[in-house]
Design a protein around this ligand. Structure first.
Ligand code: PLP
Length: 390
């Protein structure tokens, strides 16, 4: 650490040069990220309330109440009239919280297992690693949809929970949540839905008249759900959402941190000190955009998704294995195992997609920062690269 501090201007100049390598959302190169430039109003509100530590409810009771109000609003969006839960640091934390609840509810099982689709996010494996849970992945069919028969066959007397995904990390598909709910009921299992991405897309697609299967708390066996404000919620990074039906589990499982001013309050989050500003910013953003604002943004993202789909279909040597159901699209080179080379070549030109080499697939997310001109330029470059490497 230097002895004498620098001026603000010197530091800002230093930072400009040190961070110059970072990509900008408006560059047209960030094509595979599920995050985006937060809406400016959310950034402004976040900056205003940075000091609020919602980990200490006694000091910030109003922010804590606002969190509950926000969770109720999310419950409303996801068809849950008894919504409890918390704003978290993202999808991983929310999924880990869900797995911890599932584990705590089954002290009778010595070697607990969780059955997930093979498309489930790595955060379930993190949860498994932390809590000694064996994660059992059920295979996908060739079109990347879940093989439900295989999923069912993995359930044993050690299974403590099942997971469904509404907006898979690979290419945004929706698992058959209703059928999975029936399985959960039949086998008396905790059922968590990971809608980290889909949570703030699907309600608006439903509004827009898209034919979307049931995916949220309207499936009555769903116990809890993940939905991320920092993905299509368009709020500040990081912020996640964990919503659970009813509060009985929270009262049983939360930790009281007695030395805090709000000591008699049950903490469920992994984080202790946590940003109240993330709660306030997302609450403010939901008031600001309203359902109509989100609907309009999602509509444009979907139109761009279909535009990209059409452009990709015109390029020889690449295909789309499954029709996109939300603004996430998987593109697969026709030649087996070419995805790694393709990704490498794209990265040389600084195009950042998501590589899923086991599926020979690259993921693209048509977030609000991805514009038509970005799609056009990308498709031209993709065609040239494909010709070169095939
Ligand atoms: N769940 C799904 C379906 C995801 O796609 C992701 C990340 O992309 C996560 C969970 C993890 O979210 P985070 O990176 O916010 O922890």
């Amino acid at each position: 650490m230097r002895d004498k501090g620098l001026s603000e201007e010197e530091i800002e100049n230093l930072l400009d040069s040190k961070l110059a390598e970072d990509l900008d959302y408006s560059s047209g190169k960030i094509l595979g990220s599920m995050c985006t430039e937060p809406i400016e109003f959310a950034n402004r509100i976040y900056a205003k309330y940075l000091c609020k530590n919602i980990g200490d409810r006694g000091l910030f009771p109003a922010t804590s109440d606002l969190e509950h109000e926000l969770i109720c609003e999310l419950g409303n969006l996801f068809n849950c009239d008894q919504a409890y839960g918390n704003i978290t640091s993202g999808g991983s934390e929310s999924n880990i919280i869900a797995m911890r609840i599932a584990k705590k509810l089954r002290p009778d099982v010595n070697t607990p297992e969780i059955v997930v689709p093979a498309s489930a996010h790595l955060s379930f494996y993190k949860a498994g690693d932390m809590m000694g849970l064996e994660i059992k992945p059920a295979r996908l069919k060739s079109n990347l949809e879940l093989d439900l028969d295989h999923f069912k066959s993995l359930i044993s007397e050690n299974t403590i929970a099942i997971v469904g995904v509404a907006g898979t990390t690979i290419n945004g598909l929706i698992d058959p949540i209703e059928e999975m709910g029936e399985i959960a009921e039949e086998k008396h299992l905790y059922f968590h839905v990971d809608a980290a991405f889909g949570g703030f897309v699907l309600p608006f697609l439903q509004d827009l008249g898209y034919d979307i299967p049931l995916w949220d708390f309207s499936v009555e066996q769903v116990h809890s759900l993940t939905a991320d404000p920092h993905k299509m919620g368009l709020s500040i990074i990081p912020s996640g959402g964990f919503v659970i039906r009813g509060k009985s589990h929270l009262e049983k499982l939360g930790f009281e941190i007695t030395y805090l001013a709000g000591g008699a309050y049950k903490h469920l989050n992994i984080l202790g000190t946590r940003p109240g500003a993330a709660v306030i910013a997302f609450w403010a953003l939901m008031q600001y955009l309203g359902r109509e604002g989100y609907r309009n943004i999602v509509k444009e993202c979907m139109e761009n998704t279909f535009y990209l789909e059409q452009r990709i279909n015109e390029i020889p040597g690449i295909k789309i294995p499954t029709k996109p159901v939300m603004n996430v699209i998987g593109i697969s080179p026709e030649k087996p195992n070419l995805s790694v080379k393709l990704d490498e070549e794209l990265r040389k030109q600084r195009y950042m997609l998501g590589l899923f080499k086991n599926y020979n697939l690259l993921r693209m997310c048509l977030m609000p920062h991805v514009k038509r001109e970005h799609i056009d330029t990308f498709c031209q470059d993709l065609e040239i690269i494909l010709k070169k490497i095939q």
